[in-house]
Write a protein that binds this ligand. Sequence first.
Ligand SMILES: [Zn+2]
Length: 318
Amino acid sequence: MKNRIETLKESKHFQLVYIAEGIYAAISVPGTGSVGNATIIDLGDSTLVVDTFNSIQAAEDLKVAAFHLTGKPVSYVINTHWHSDHTSGNQVFSPKAQIISTSITREIMATFGKKRLEQQVSNPEPIYQAIKELEEKIQQERDEKLKKEMQWENASDIEYMKILPKLVYTLPTITFDQQLIIHGSDRDVQLITYGGGHTQSDTFVYLPEEKIAVMGDLVLSEHHPVMIHANPQEWLNILDRVELLDIETIIPGHGGICSMEELREVKGYISNIMSLVAETLQSRGSIDDILIPKAYQDWYFTTYFKENLKKVYDLIIK
Ligand SMILES: [Zn+2]
């Protein structure tokens, strides 16, 4: 039913990609406020979505798309991890849909995530200040790729500030600790966590029959993996285990549809960051002097490269 996509009014927030019968990826359009990717899965007698974007409007569009493509309202929402670009649209699906995450993810949302949002609402000034500062940087930036990325980032942040007063922090209603299977009339989906790598707890959605995995931010394609809340060694261990599964198609947390090749690229990237920092420490150099390796120069999320180095540096120093 690929043509169902064509009869749907396009969302400015994402591009819908047909993956297999009843499975559609909503790939974020940069700079629109959606920020992360989402996925729609038709289970037969019910509909499930994975992740809910960084904005209420993007999530509203996702809800409309899910209904149009599957003919049913959304019954289940999966949050792959607690980051706001995967959870901010939860309220759009609640209370009709059950929102599912690991118990650790819910715990972080209920404490740190909720508090952070309350602080942003009561004192939005630092974010406005950051937007202003980035605007000035954009004016001066000569590198076209960096300039474009900064413009996307600022546009997304401005979108986020518009929805901030309307955000109702909406927590998962069902939690699990290792694996949860949702049995639909047409297909089963497996929610699996192997622990925390990208964040303190990461879930991915596995469809063994279709050999498809929705990986959240454990796998990004052509984007620097984001390591600010990461446990790099655990992340590698998790991806080693995912590699043992029978997966042909990956819907990443950011970037376009990919395969196991990108999963291996992420592993290579994390190992690379770890060894670059270790070598620099050994030679008593500064991590500020480490340049982005050639293989990653075309990737987006460029600013995370320095932050990733710093994160790994801090982990070694501690
Ligand atoms: Zn993300």
